[in-house]
Write a new protein. Structure first.
Length: 210
């Protein structure tokens, strides 16, 4: 009787190997041959699921973003119960280490993927498509936690996400350490509460529209 293969599970196995290889060797040294060697796969197995390295790494990016979205949604389901505490969990999910990895490893993996996904116009479109749902989920979390209008929540989310992107860059360049990262997380939580901001709903809506 032929062996039944769970193809989704096999793709997950390959993606996890790619993640480990990017953390250890960097994105440029993550080749199909290296992935096969690291994971014990034949080149035929990789070729069965992916046409080339570009398609494989694009899949790993989408897999990675899917995991973040799932984690965000799980946390958001608890916001109406715990409010601000869960909003902090949402923000932490978007920062280095929020993927369950060591923050340094998470930075190496995520920045590597982002640099790859910025390498061609087609991949850039996929990068934007993967990024937008995270911004929308952050806005929804802020709206739920604070019971504020959607436009105001979108404005706050845009500001906070821009700050988060800057933190990723600075952390990856070793310009901030883990202690500073924790402090910045608390500061971002303060930003996520409109009562601590000097913006009116009208001003925030204007920023969001811009």
């Amino acid at each position: 009787m032929p062996k039944i293969i769970n193809h989704d599970q096999r793709r997950e196995e390959i993606a996890n190997v790619v993640m480990k290889l990017i953390v250890e060797e960097g994105i440029k040294k993550t080749t199909v041959r290296g992935i096969c060697r690291r994971g014990g796969f034949s080149t035929g197995v990789i070729a069965h699921y992916f046409n080339d390295r570009e398609e494989l790494l694009a899949y790993v990016f989408e897999w990675h973003m899917g995991k973040i979205r799932k984690r965000l949604r799980t946390t958001m389901n608890q916001i109406q119960v715990s409010g601000e505490a869960q909003l902090e969990s949402v923000i932490k999910t978007l920062l280095p280490g929020g993927n369950g990895l060591d923050p340094g490893d998470d930075g190496q993996f995520s920045i590597g993927l982002w640099s790859f996904m910025s390498s061609t116009p087609e991949l850039e479109n996929k990068l934007r498509s993967g990024y937008k749902p995270l911004l929308s989920l952050l806005a929804e979390a802020i709206k739920l936690a604070n019971d504020i209008p959607r436009a105001e929540a979108k404005g706050l989310a845009a500001i906070i996400m821009s700050a988060i992107d800057g933190i990723w860059l600075h952390y990856n360049l070793n310009m901030i350490n883990d202690k500073q990262l924790r402090r910045m997380t608390r500061q971002l939580l303060g930003m996520a509460s409109p009562r601590d901001m000097d913006f009116t709903s009208h001003e925030m809506a204007g920023k969001s529209a811009g």
